[in-house]
Design a protein around this ligand. Structure first.
Ligand code: OOB
Length: 533
């Protein structure tokens, strides 16, 4: 596939010889007993046999429409049976789903369709007031398929045909495209091959002790790597367990489902974990079936991690992962102290880690530096992004994560901060440059600089510093949000705060000093906010 950077031959040979890469494909992950419940969503309950049949019929229907191996299809579906069936059908054909989040809007989706040269866009009908079909009419794709009220488009349910043998993908083919959190003007695509992603999900399922008795509650978007494959939905299927889809992590939706389905595992971001720690005092559901709460996507404070077993009655696992690949997990049998204080250690014995200073030199053991990594499930290049790749990877193929970490003698990592120009708003990643570019399009704005400021529940919130054009009326936060909405920007990227300034502080080399801006925004906060979680 053009635009895809493969692993070099020596590493390919090693990963195969050492058993990390096999011939297993993403389309073959349904390994539960035929009569065992695979998927629960609302009133729907599908056995492994049902789900396999739905995936096979949808795959045949997509082939009949002309979707082929090697095609790309942008998928934007919430946590529904439709998402799971569509994903499995596409990977069986060897057409790679490009996994957009339900919150994305025209600005992001149009870019994804163009970058991927997508043949099709598969979406839901609505998300509250927002109409995906209206957006779909403007997209540069041949096919639009709608799960729900489809209007003039074919409904997903009609994409159905008698299954026939499929000339499927090779294990080295790109199986799925994940979205990068991004540090540049436009989101990047992360190609994940069948063999690297199968390893990712199988090794994760083993590490987390998933079996056919696992009942996994999905509260994060299914399209996010964490909920999909760490071990996530696909890891549960490979272990023969049961996936229960929830619309959100809100305790009044999640807790009744935990009680009803006797859920044993759930993956959440820190703001949801904090909400759950509080919610037990007013929710009266029985959540005693829960064995493990995985927390990741943003830093989870040691003091709060320590509360989980006593308050929620389950073990906690910290997960420091990235769509680009590398996953760090605390182990289920790690000492309490490591589980609470660290963000885990690499999943694979073949993960290579380097921690370097600003000059790219390895730091002394235990010192803080930027985390670089390569391994059997970490990308070697973003899709169709040669210039960005030249900056994001070392000449010997290590991915520069932009995360600042310390390594303990045990190999566990502590995330200390970030070097990349990104805001981590409760696990949602916002590229400062992307948001700044949108703000610069506003007629009253001369220049914009966006930073994250500490927040006790979200970890960080987004503050936009603006220099206004002379004689322009200053826009309110409300005006700016309306402006960004009109431009088709996802709402989680909207700034939470505005500060108007006459000039930006500069570093000695003349770049905008985001450190100074962050410090200024933080100083202006009430004291309980400034300390963060
Ligand atoms: C997960 O993936 P992404 O791609 O949304 O974001 C990756 C970035 C990391 O580079 C790091 O900056 C941050 O999110 N991050 C954490 C963290 N987990 C992720 N920072 C501090 N502590 C943590 N535990 O966020 C993701 C992917 C797979 C599993 C879990 C999370």
């Amino acid at each position: 596939m053009d635009g895809f950077t493969p692993w070099p031959a020596d590493l390919e040979a090693r990963y195969k010889a050492e058993g990390y890469w096999t011939d297993r494909l993403l389309g073959d992950v349904l390994r539960g007993a035929p009569a065992h419940t695979a998927l629960v969503a609302g009133a729907d309950r599908l056995t492994y046999a049902d789900l396999d049949d739905r995936a096979a019929r949808t795959a045949a229907g997509l082939l009949r429409l002309g979707i082929r191996r090697g095609d790309r299809v942008v998928v934007q579906l919430p946590n529904t049976v439709g998402f799971v069936v569509t994903f499995l059908a596409l990977v069986r054909i060897g057409a790679a789903p490009v996994l957009a989040l339900p919150a994305h809007r025209a600005s992001e989706i149009r870019h994804l369709c163009e970058l991927a040269e997508a043949r099709a866009y598969i979406c839901a009908d609505r998300d509250g007031d927002f109409d995906y079909r209206a957006m779909a009419r403007e997209l540069p794709v041949e096919h639009v398929i709608v799960d729900g009220e489809a209007e003039e488009f074919p409904p997903l349910a009609s994409v159905d045909a008698e299954p026939a043998p499929i000339d499927g993908p090779a294990p080295s083919d790109v199986g799925v495209f994940l979205l990068s959190g991004g540090t540049t003007g436009l989101p990047k695509l992360i190609p994940r091959t069948h063999r690297d992603y199968v390893y990712n999900l199988e090794a994760s399922a083993e590490l987390c002790g998933f079996t056919s008795s696992t009942v996994y509650l999905v509260v994060l978007p299914a399209a996010h790597n964490f909920a999909l494959a760490c071990p996530g939905i696909l890891g549960v299927f490979a272990a023969g367990g049961t996936v229960v889809l929830a619309p959100s992590g809100s305790p009044d939706e999640a807790f009744p489902l935990i009680e009803r389905e006797r859920a044993t595992v759930c993956a959440v971001v820190p703001p949801i974990a904090l909400l759950w720690l509080d919610a037990v005092t007013w929710q009266d559901e029985d959540i005693s079936s829960l064995r493990l709460l995985q927390v990741g996507g943003a830093k989870f404070a040691a003091e709060r991690a320590a509360e989980v077993p006593g308050v929620l009655g389950c073990a906690v696992q910290q997960v420091f992962g990235m769509a680009e690949g590398l996953l760090n997990y605390t182990r289920l049998d790690d000492p309490e102290d490591l589980i609470e204080r660290t963000q885990g250690r690499p999943l694979s014995p073949a993960d290579e880690i380097r921690i370097v200073d600003a000059d790219g030199k390895q730091v002394a053991p235990g010192e803080m530096g930027e985390l670089l990594t390569r391994g059997p499930y970490t990308l070697r290049g973003y899709y169709r992004a040669p210039e960005h790749n030249a900056r994001s990877f070392t000449p010997d193929g290590f991915y520069r994560t932009g995360d600042l970490v310390k390594e303990l003698p045990s190999g566990h990592l502590i995330v200390e901060g970030r070097e990349k120009d990104q805001i981590n708003r409760g696990g949602d990643k916002i590229s400062a440059e992307e948001l700044e570019n949108h703000l610069l399009a506003h007629p009253a704005i001369h220049d914009a600089a966006v930073v994250g400021v500490p927040d006790p529940t979200m970890g960080e919130r987004t503050c936009a510093f603006l220099i206004l054009r002379e004689a322009e009326k200053p826009p309110t936060l409300r005006d700016l949000k309306d402006f960004l909405r009109t431009r088709g920007v996802a709402a989680y990227k909207f700034p939470d705060r505005l500060e108007t300034v006459s000039e930006f502080p500069r570093t000695p080399v003349g770049k905008i000093s985001k450190k100074t801006l962050t410090a200024r925004a933080t100083a202006a906060l009430p004291p309980q906010c400034a300390t963060g979680p």
